[in-house]
Design a protein around this ligand. Sequence first.
Ligand code: DOR
Length: 426
Amino acid sequence: MIRGGTVVDAGGRRRADVRISPIDGTILEVGPDLDPGAGGAGVIDAGGCLVTPGLVDLHTHLREPGGEEAETIESGSRAAALGGYTAVVAMPNTNPAIDDAATVRQVLELGAKALCDVRVAGAITVGRAGKQLAPLAEMAELGVRLFTDDGCGVQDSQLMRRALEYAGPLGVTLAQHCEDQALAGGGHLHEGEWSSRLGIPGIPAEAEELMVARDIALSRLTAAPVHFLHLSTAGSVELVREAKARGLRITAEAAPHHFTLTAAAAGGYDPIFKVNPPLRTDDDVTAVKAGLADGTIDAIATDHAPHTQEAKEEPFDQAPPGMVGLETALALALTELDLPVERVLALLAWGPAAIAGLTGDHGGPVQPGRPANLTVIDPAAEWTVDPDRLASRSRNCPYAGRRLTGRVRHTILRAEVVVLDGEAQR
Ligand code: DOR
């Protein structure tokens, strides 16, 4: 039993204990002052805490197969559970890419033992090369609901149109990494003051916005849904706002680093601040925050992108882009967004669960009969980020030393306590 907490789900908040069944992994009873039973064995303390549907990350790089020196499904899922996630969607830019049924099966099998539910995003094109449509149907048959060439956008508009025409009847969603490669021109930083000062080629905001605009048009043309990954510019947020107002089937996510950091952070040439899309300007951060507040952006997704120390110690223009994020996302959102906790949890749990097609298992509501995938959060706990204490195999966290408020206390996966008092249990 999870005792003494405040349950928060899409239905609102209420003081309630939650009894769960280790036998079938479901919620048995929810209500105030439930009987803890003789001796109180099996009672987890949630005093002063929020008891919420487990968080869902739409955008996690678990690096397996092929990048195990940076992360494995085992280490990444431990980081996820510690960050309050009960489900993550593993990105397909692995080696080989997750672009067929055999590779999907391999990742799902490795994920079956993990500390969170590991779902898979399949590639849109073979090898993520942008030339030939991947076998979406055989991957969809294995339960894949999101497809993306993340790391790159699909450049060829005709191929993207065909992919959308194919995806619509399969009932799956294409998720786009919005970047017009030609305009991005091999840049490494947002094009603006900081790229000029540092003498590093920049990526203009328009490289993202062109593809957002194109895919809104292609969604209209095909009537198929499009999800936009890691939106980073004010112009992108405005395009999505307008598309939604017109009733188009568009959803979007933003990553914590795009509402907490700007290009100025890279002023010391430290590649820890290199990410794609790049950190932008104060105005972009303000626009992303406004989009998260008004529902233009549906989800916060980590874009957890582990890289080895060695790779991240290369010079700025050679280091790979990416930051780890699973263990800091919730606290960054609670600390840096001036939003009610219900909205923050909508962005981290039930919003992404709906986009990933996971609402049967994740995202709540917290009520009898539902799978016991839950997170217990202490919203008042203060802590300091120490990259050396992360469970991820990689240390490329840009928040070292940052004080945050709000921390995961327990994570429960199918009634198994996988994190207890901030410690992974296996
Ligand atoms: O910063 C990024 N890193 N952006 C991406 O799109 C890919 C990711 C990675 O896989 O490292």
